[in-house]
Design a protein around this ligand. Structure first.
Ligand SMILES: Nc1ncnc2c1ncn2[C@@H]1O[C@H](COP(=O)(O)OP(=O)(O)OP(=O)(O)O)[C@@H](O)[C@H]1O
Ligand SMILES: [Mg+2]
Length: 434
């Protein structure tokens, strides 16, 4: 890791107050506890506050010292945090106009961040989708999009991720002709799938398409869910992940699900990071796993892709482009394909069916039997002790869409686990203790 420079992690995600700084601070501690020499960089150029989270009132020098040429490098600016192996480069609230650095200043700053002598650098990029914020996000090898389950946060997270993806894709164009080929689609504000753009570009410029594919493949993004109040809220995070896959063509897995915790809230009030107050427990474990995710990064694969996007290109993205559709898309449950024999008991008697698709709220069954929307039915899945009550919501030739009268989390889990050859004959093989 030392040879190729520090691994750079960014915490971004658009919306203010979702917990970017909190995640950055505690992730920093978790990384240091894994033995990594870690430096936290407060890149929130508008309202730096990481130092406050560590109980530091007035940091001597800050990132701004570099901009004002009062410091020659960021090692001069970094201060200990109280956690062994963890240092902090405080942010610069004081420098007027710091949030609107010129291009040369930004390039210099980014160069200095990359050159920090450490094993891992964690950058808190601040809120918004401004050029600055995306610039800092772009520096990172691992890019965490911090999101809470609230719709506005998810919208911001999507807009932010889209900004970062489009920015990277545009940098893939090497000349005016290529840029034009791309711009045809990436300038449109309506919903367009990157996959469609890629298919179109592929027909005209296979090399550009290949570069785009590598950039998308090496995007290195992941979702850090924060402030989760119940298990059901996880689903919208997975919804965000699917949107990124379907519309932006990137893998954006959910790598952490951090609970809303009064103790976390208090840690900010008492100005001591949560993991310093509570080094063990479920929250500490969650941050430990996130730190493991960081250190398991295949750095060289990501750097290959990143080398293709050295020239940053400004883009603006509207947060609200999806309108109501966005919420509907997120609510759409994760679905799992299965082949489970079952019997459907309806108003006109019982009929054998095959369950082909399971979600939290319902199933799709293949059946020659015709039913009517609104019919109340009971589904008995072979080998399953329970009968599921449902309502017929959709009927098309050969298939019925059934909505459960209540969400069936255990069944969804069984469906998710029954992927793979030989496991698909029925949920009984994975009864999960039921
Ligand atoms: N998991 C959590 N449980 C409880 N409270 C939380 C949690 N995460 C964040 N908070 C609360 O939300 C506040 C905002 O968190 P934080 O400052 O990390 O957000 P941010 O995304 O960095 O905001 P900004 O964009 O303004 O920099 C914290 O002060 C804390 O009180
Ligand atoms: Mg912050």
């Amino acid at each position: 890791m030392q040879k190729s420079g520090a691994l750079v992690v960014a915490c971004g995600g658009g919306k203010g107050g979702v917990g970017k700084s909190l995640v950055a601070a505690n992730l920093g501690i978790a990384l240091a506890r894994l033995g990594m020499r870690t430096v936290l960089v407060d890149g929130d150029l508008g309202a730096a506050n990481l130092h406050t989270m560590f109980g530091i009132d007035q940091p001597g020098a800050t990132l701004g010292a570099l901009i004002d040429k009062r410091a020659a490098n960021l090692e001069e600016v970094s201060i200990p945090t109280g956690e062994p192996r963890l240092f902090l480069v405080p942010g610069t609230g004081a420098v007027v106009g710091a949030a609107n650095l010129g291009h040369a200043q930004k390039t210099k700053l980014i160069g200095h961040i990359r050159r920090i002598d450490a094993e891992v650098i964690v950058v808190d990029v601040g809120a918004g989708t401004s050029f600055n914020t995306l610039d800092l996000f772009d520096v990172a090898d691992v890019r965490y999009v911090v999101a809470s389950p609230q719709l506005t946060s998810l919208q911001n997270a999507y807009g932010f991720t889209k900004g970062a993806v489009y920015r990277a894709l545009r940098a893939a164009a090497h000349d005016e002709a290529e840029r034009e080929l791309l711009t045809g689609s990436t300038d449109r504000t309506e919903t367009e799938r990157v996959g469609h753009t890629l298919a179109r570009v592929d027909l005209q410029d296979a090399q550009l398409a290949e570069r785009m594919r590598r950039i998308l493949g090496g995007f290195g993004g992941a979702i850090v869910g924060n402030q989760l109040e119940n298990a059901g809220q996880r689903n919208v995070l997975f919804g965000l992940s699917r949107m990124a896959r379907d519309f932006l063509g990137i893998t954006l897995p959910v790598v952490a699900e951090l609970p809303f915790d009064q103790g976390i809230h208090q840690s900010v009030t008492v100005r001591k990071p949560y993991l310093l107050l509570r080094p063990v427990g479920p929250v500490a474990q969650a941050f430990g796993r996130l730190a493991e995710h960081v250190v398991s990064t295949n750095l060289s694969a990501l750097r290959d892709a990143r080398a293709l996007t050295e020239t940053p290109v400004p883009v603006t993205v509207k947060d609200d482009e999806f309108g109501g559709e966005f919420a509907a898309y997120l609510r759409r449950d994760a679905r799992h394909a299965v082949t489970w024999p079952a019997t459907l008991h309806g108003p006109s008697g019982a009929a054998p069916v095959r369950v082909v698709d399971v979600s939290l709220s319902g199933v799709l069954v293949a059946t020659p039997v015709v039913s009517v929307q609104g019919d109340r039915v009971e589904l008995r899945i072979q080998g399953h002790p329970e009968a599921f009550r449902a309502i017929v919501r959709h009927a098309r030739p050969g298939y019925l869409g059934l909505e459960f009268t209540e969400p069936q989390e255990a069944l969804l889990r069984q469906a998710a686990e029954s992927h793979g050859p030989g496991n698909n004959t029925g949920p009984s093989a994975h009864s999960n203790g039921r």
